[in-house]
Design a binder for this molecule. Sequence first.
Ligand code: SF4
Length: 496
Amino acid sequence: MLKLQQLARGSQRICLNLLTPGLKVTRFQFHLKKMEFSREKRLKARLAGDRRGDLYPHSLQFYLQPPTENISLAEFENFAIDRLKLLKVVENLGVSYVKGSDEYKSRLEREIRKLKFPFRALVEDDYDARRKDHISHFILRLAYCQSEDLRRWFIQQEMDLFRYRFNELNGDLVEKFLKYVNLSYGAISKEVKEKLAVQLLNSTPGLSGAKVEELEFYKLTARSLPAVQSDERLQPLLNHLSHSYVGPDYSIQKNIGKISLEHIDALSVKSFPLCMRQLHKALRDNHHLRHGGRMQYGLFLKGIGLTLEQALQFWKSEFIKGKVDADKFDKGYAYSIRHNYGKEGKRTDYTPFSCMKIILSNPPSPGDYHGCPFRHSDPELLKQKLQSYKIPPTGITQILELVKGMHYQLACQKYFQLTQDVDDIGFSLNHPNQYFAESQKLLSGGREVKKEPSEPESSQQKLSSQKSTNSCSIPISSNTEADTELEGLDAYFTED
Ligand code: SF4
């Protein structure tokens, strides 16, 4: 059990061993400094029985008080994951639709309802949703305060979410909320509203003249939002949550045997995200990848279905074309490949890296090809690369705009949309293997990729028979076409 109350005390360090079955993150570390809350404001209500209503009298919160209850680790994790999902949707919608538009609102409403967060205060006794909203906000607040980038991202999404929910409240509830959070902002009078109608109209996006008359405007209300931004309690606390991935576990070997080595070149063009396409190209060109690249690309290939035998064959056949002879490969590199498959060392079945992990950790140095090109490439280089991949100029501009706004995964989604020629990609990207799976689903018309008949053969047998006998139902156009596309790519990659 995690006692959240501890988080509210100053200068504490809490180490938790998360032993929940199936949980990949094994330890969260919390470093807490200076979380000072006024005693007067601290809520005295405990989470029990008839006091529940006292604790969350309103569906919307300013999150002034940290949670003070004990919660299970499973609940802690679930709350965090759901809020992260919600904030990702908020981000996604915020760059895909005009904020406040009907489409934006209806999609956001759907997600809020689906994830069971409070919505429009329709239910008075909405305790569970309000509690989840409260606790999950604080968990992510702590997790996303580790760096300026993370903090800015979190605040932006929370502000958008707050703005949406606030605007959905009716007049009575707005008044109740302002009173509840001690904001004594009075609505401006009808006369003042008429006098300021033009200014109000111009300063409120998406508002028509008729609506100015209908809406209530509050004096100085906009200043309440920066108060959230300048909250000094935001201190670096959670090291792992902001990096953690919350989708399917792609280390599960359900894809094993679905990939033929002879199709990887074509797949890298058709279905690999840019990060993996870049790594594949660099490997083919240089017959070598450094450790970071081998880890990122090797685990991705494992996730799409390469068996250990195939992986050994794949890497060996490429490396021995370069400076590494077969003996050196067998003695050195083969170990780390077996290690990735959990056959050496601690025998951990390593999980392919998520976008978050790739974007936030181990940035590439010169001569490295790992990382996320949307995050780690020079924008001009990225632009040239996209041009060489025949992305239309308007698409490149959109991608670069998203990159500029630090929406790297959304830039990647746009790349997916343009390369797969779809209007709406229909998923929120979190993982390179998810990108691959979704692309394959699309190319196969939504059908699951059929599994190849698995034959128990040795790596040597595979090595000799791969080219002639392996078949694969993976939907690719043809090797020739893909090869031509690959040949058309510029050589952006140089060895040290
Ligand atoms: Fe790869 Fe994710 Fe970056 Fe796309 S957003 S290039 S999948 S790391």
